[in-house]
Design a protein around this ligand. Structure first.
Ligand SMILES: Cc1cc2nc3c(=O)[nH]c(=O)nc-3n(C[C@H](O)[C@H](O)[C@H](O)COP(=O)(O)OP(=O)(O)OC[C@H]3O[C@@H](n4cnc5c(N)ncnc54)[C@H](O)[C@@H]3O)c2cc1C
Length: 388
């Protein structure tokens, strides 16, 4: 259901969804978040619970095995999960991308093989695009899938891939026709990570979002049946574009959950910490920062809702989703920094929420398209509209 066009019943259902996820985050994520941050373990028990609560494949049609919600629902779920812990929201985002692509391009066999396991929390997914020479510019992808009889043979390396250390299945972008470039020359493959030739290269030590494992894959002569190809040969880059807007909004919403958590922790501290005989919030310098934090969170929310609403109505959302992701992620970094400042020395100490949020926020302007790439998209859209 969309924000602008929701009927009273849809609005009620949406409020119930938000309340359910908020309660889940408070009861099951908040109590373990510091432990997850410290140990960096995969939150297995939370992942399984998310599957049973219908928090995977949120906007994927029911007929394809998803929860049958809207992109607006998905954005709301991502913010609430991330308010609990961004690494948990990362998992929701990954399953959303992979199941959306399966629903759109998959054969009946591919859908029934993967979607039920992914949405129930039995299977773990990876979405593998980035390579040493291909980050912002996917035109640099070198991973190659060659035809060999009826099979494909995959060779190459992927880096910085969420869940690479733990995934059961990876959706992998590879070049299938080097003469054609990005459009027409790339294809997407479903690669079971236990097949011969798939190596999980390493696990990165990250600044934040520590319970979302990130690592690399090396593919050496991985033999894949034709049934591993998602959609048509050559449609890989179109598939990337198909989920780009939803992906950006998802990460924008994740950032917004961090923003709201930063505001709440700062507000709590500012009203309870006394210096010079009064709460520090009674100083206008501190109170105005709280106002700025609320403003950044609210503005992000509205941009995210607008982007989701456009997608739900089937309208172009390219620039709108880039604006939402750009603003919400930069706002999350601002708010996490403000929370650290308002907490004073405590904000710099491990085990204190503001310190974790500061680290967790930092990646949001980089993954799922950097801020510079979002500005490129927005400016190109503006310039094109002037010229058309
Ligand atoms: C924790 C983490 C998780 C990730 N998860 C995944 C995942 O699950 N799957 C996946 O495929 N990838 C993943 N990535 C990779 C991520 O999407 C890339 O890091 C990101 O797209 C940027 O690519 P890059 O690191 O190669 O930087 P580069 O593309 O090399 O960019 C470096 C800098 O140059 C700037 N720049 C580049 N081109 C331009 C330009 N034309 N104009 C202006 N500025 C420009 C960038 O904005 C950036 O500031 C993840 C990365 C991290 C760190």
């Amino acid at each position: 259901m969309s924000i602008a066009t929701a009927t009273p019943q849809e609005a009620e259902e949406r409020a119930a969804l938000i309340s359910m996820v908020r309660d889940f985050a408070a009861r099951h994520i908040a109590p373990v978040v510091e432990e997850l941050d410290a140990t960096e373990r995969f939150p297995e028990e939370i992942y399984k619970m998310m599957g049973s609560l219908g928090l995977f494949g949120v906007s994927v049609p029911e007929v394809d095995g998803g929860a049958g919600g809207t992109v607006s629902d998905y954005v709301a779920v991502m913010e609430e999960l991330s308010y609990g812990y961004a690494s948990v929201a990362d998992q929701c985002g990954l399953v959303e991308l992979v199941t959306s692509l399966l629903a759109r391009y998959g054969t009946d066999d591919q859908k029934s093989r993967y979607i039920p396991g992914l949405v129930s929390g039995e299977l773990r997914a990876s979405y593998a695009l980035t390579e040493p020479q291909a980050g912002s510019d996917l035109g640099g992808v070198k991973t190659r899938a060659r035809r060999d009889g009826k099979d494909w043979v995959l060779n190459g390396e992927k880096i910085y891939i969420h869940n690479a250390p733990v995934a059961d299945v990876a959706m992998v972008l590879a070049v299938t026709d080097p003469t054609k470039g990005k459009r027409g020359g790339m294809s997407m493959f479903l690669v079971d990570t236990d097949v011969p030739g798939v190596e999980r290269a390493y696990r990165e030590k990250k600044m934040g979002q520590k319970a979302s494992p990130v690592g690399g894959f090396v593919f050496t002569d991985v033999r894949l049946p034709d049934a591993a190809l998602l959609g048509e040969a050559g449609a890989g880059f179109s598939a990337v574009l198909h989920v780009l807007e939803k992906g950006r909004l998802g990460i924008g919403a994740l950032a917004n959950g961090i923003s709201r958590a930063a505001l709440d922790t700062a507000l709590e501290h500012a009203t309870s910490r006394h210096q010079f005989g009064r709460p520090i919030a009674d100083n206008q310098a501190v109170a105005f920062e709280l106002a700025n934090m609320a403003l950044d969170h609210r503005a992000s929310t509205l941009l995210l809702q607008r982007g989701a609403d456009l997608i739900d109505r089937g309208e172009p959302a390219n620039a709108a989703s880039s604006m939402a992701k750009l603003f919400a992620s930069e706002a999350a970094i601002r708010n996490a920094g403000r929370a650290v400042q308002i907490l004073g020395g405590a904000g710099y100490i491990r085990g204190v929420t503001a310190e974790r949020l500061y680290r967790d926020a930092r990646i949001t302007t980089i993954y799922e398209g950097t801020s510079e790439v979002q500005r490129l998209i927005i400016s190109r859209d503006l310039i094109a509209s002037r010229r058309s």
